[in-house]
Write a protein that binds this ligand. Sequence first.
Ligand code: PEP
Ligand code: MG
Length: 553
Amino acid sequence: MNLRGVGVSPGIGHGPSYVLTVSVPEPPEGATYTGEAEQEKERAMVALTQVAGELESRGNRAGGEAEDILKAQALMVEDPGLVVKVRSLIDRGLAAPRAVFEAFTKYRDVLAGSGGYLGERAADLGDLRDRVIAVLNGQDIPGLPAAPAEPYVLVARDLAPADTALLSRDDVAAFVTEEGGPTSHTAIMARSMGVPAVVACPGATGIAPGVRVMVDGTSGEVRVEPAESDVADAVGAATARQAALASWTGPGVTADGHSVPLLANVGGPAELEAAVAAGAEGIGLYRSEFLFLGRSEPPSAEEQRHAYRAAQAAFPGGTVVVRTLDGGADKPLAFLPMPAEENPALGERGLRRFARFPEVMDVQLDALASCEGVRVMAPMVATAEEAAWFARECAEKGLTDVGVMIEIPSAALRAADLLDRVDFVSIGTNDLSQYAFAADRGLGAMSALQDPWQPALLDLVATTALAAARAGKPCGVCGEASADPALACVLTGLGVSSLSMAHSALAAVRAGLAAHTMEQCEAAADAARTGSSAADARARARVHLPGLDRLGL
Ligand code: PEP
Ligand code: MG
């Protein structure tokens, strides 16, 4: 049997399946309690506190990005709005498990309707609800196998951070989920663990427990009970490819010596070591909002300074580009109250939101200004006026190397005007696709429109790169597009001057570039733009990039 989903973390993983089915039965409708309302409310509060406490302590043990996510979930469990709702349902006579069920389910449905990052958090709420009900019922939540005899393929409808945070890459060969998009927790965790993963894979939980499964995290293919010889071939090809890629080291450069610095995207101090180990030449995108997510107060100037200096220390003399706080829409921040908006992705987010909270902005710009040599850029800039405003605010703090992200089509189309106001631009292809194609980046069902090979997206990149070349200023790409070795060659051919990506993609991109001349990259870029679809653009470009096949890329 073959299944297919979206590959979100590359590599081949195989092993016996472990199908995670957490089944907490729905408490009967209208279930009531005997005894006092106050006692029943107390019982509910104790269960909520227990689950929040467990999440908090798992977070402390896991560290890194998982810690932020789990702590944000702990806050979610004790969300004052939810607590009030649970208490009032108990006052109306419902037993604690049913009150929790109704309050959490309602909140989950509201989140699911809002799409994007919030929509994906809806699955978390379902998981949190079941954990609280399980505590109230005295039921154990089935755990994952400890110290398995061999690494297993973890299959689930969806995986919550509470499930994956403490997993070791020694135990898990791959992840497969039915739900989740490319920005789901499963995808983020799998990439940062370096474990192959496929999400949005219909039928995955129908896989029988214990049967052997092979997962291709690049193509999205999931094979159930594959022939042993097929597993050996796929693993052999992947190992040979890894070995070939590892032989390319050093800075990013084309075969004819055209330099293309290869930088890392990071979300916090915990990711610096892996970026250095993968040979990144610096940081092209420090997503500073990850320092702020899941916190009730913004980090102090001192804490932020410490984080940015650690990044500079990891790359002495290298580029470090810190993006100012990109909050709102898919990255809600507890301490910046969200306005009620129908379409948060089109609302007050990114720079717009930053500008509304000058006290938060002041602290961040002060912290950045105290890190000599750091480069600063603003997210979600739509117009030249916004770019000019940001540049002025930075100049007042003494920041001299200031850029903006190009992730809204208006900014790409008028990149020349923006570049009159700032020192560099960096293209965020994730949001640029979302806004160019009116396709929510978090929705698995929209993934074809999110394909960065779409010729219209390449046109927007070309327009921006040309404007930067004319202005004599740098133009990087820091969206997921950089992580595709073929597309990295195309972006180079379009005139992009640096590429920033997840550390796990650096080796393949480095090798792909080194195998081609600038002339080949330019021919591939021209050919891709004549494509009639994403698949056609990819096929046309690859004709000019023969080295990719030799590298198995
Ligand atoms: C992007 O939009 O391409 C980008 C790099 O920013 P983020 O993914 O953090 O929104
Ligand atoms: Mg973005």
